[in-house]
Design a protein around this ligand. Sequence first.
Ligand code: DAH
Length: 345
Amino acid sequence: MADATPLDDLKQLETQALTHLQQCADEIELRAWNTQYFGDKGLMKSAMSNLGKIPKDQKPAYGAELNRIKAAVTVAYDAALAEAKEKSLQISLTTNPLDVTLPGRTQIRGRLHPATQILQQVYAIFADLGFQVYRTREVETDELNFELLNMPAHHPARDMWDTFFTTTGAVLRTHTSPGQIHVMREAAGKPIRVILPGMCYRNEAISTRSEIQFYQVEGLVVGEGVTMADLKGVITAFARRMFGPERQVRIRSSYFPFTEPSIEVDIDWPKDDPNRDRLTKGTGWLEILGAGMVHPNVLRAGGYDPEKVTGFAFGMGPQRMLMLKHAIDDIRLFWQNDLRFLKQF
Ligand code: DAH
């Protein structure tokens, strides 16, 4: 048998390449085949470099045959690749079908707690009225929470605040009023116009109307010639902004040890709310704040001379304002973290 000629070798390369191609089961194997034949070190490349060793007279025929084979094999490869792609597409469509009519997954958006939202509204209104925010501590001494606010030990007015005492003599503040002393001592005689927001604690039986913790926003204005008229002006301006012009504001005289005279301010409960009587004990009004002209003893405790300056103060319940705005009938909803409630704000 005669030795195989270079042309025979080419013919055999073609047969081998096409046979291999048919054996490729998927796109991955086809890509590997392509590297094996057409890669940098592939068999087609080495057939090309063989050209140099071919006798001169056979070169044209060898070259032409190699080009024909390359073209034929490339056509076969392209067809096989297209078919493999189509096949895998069909498989993924039938084995893992995508339902484009399914609704998308909605993103659940976070939101601020309603108590935080109402606090921010309070800050915004008072910022417009020229008040700064001053933050003070939640744990106080008996001296700050009571004594310096004109309530010496055994003063009967202490009963107005059911207090959480600790064994060390510290108390959880029952109101934000001790902050007044802190501000005055820090301001050291300068005029003051601040609000003091924060959490307060009371040792009460939890009910629809009372919680053991709640927010208060204290206010304090001290300076020369500050009067009750200024207090009324600030409170009514605040109530108009917070509740709108159609809601009614009622100012009643009252008693607090740290103010003289003292007042309380009510807002009318929404008239069309069926729970109105229950929530307002039949009066139609809900108290939102206590206030008054700062007692001379309190000014003195803060380092101010009551002969030279006067001041007014108030302590308001922002959660009560939320209740009034939205006719919320149970104060316990605030700290229950029930999303059905929280989502409405
Ligand atoms: N501290 C009072 C309370 O918690 C509210 C209050 C009344 C604050 C009169 C004041 C005020 O600053 O002047 O019931």
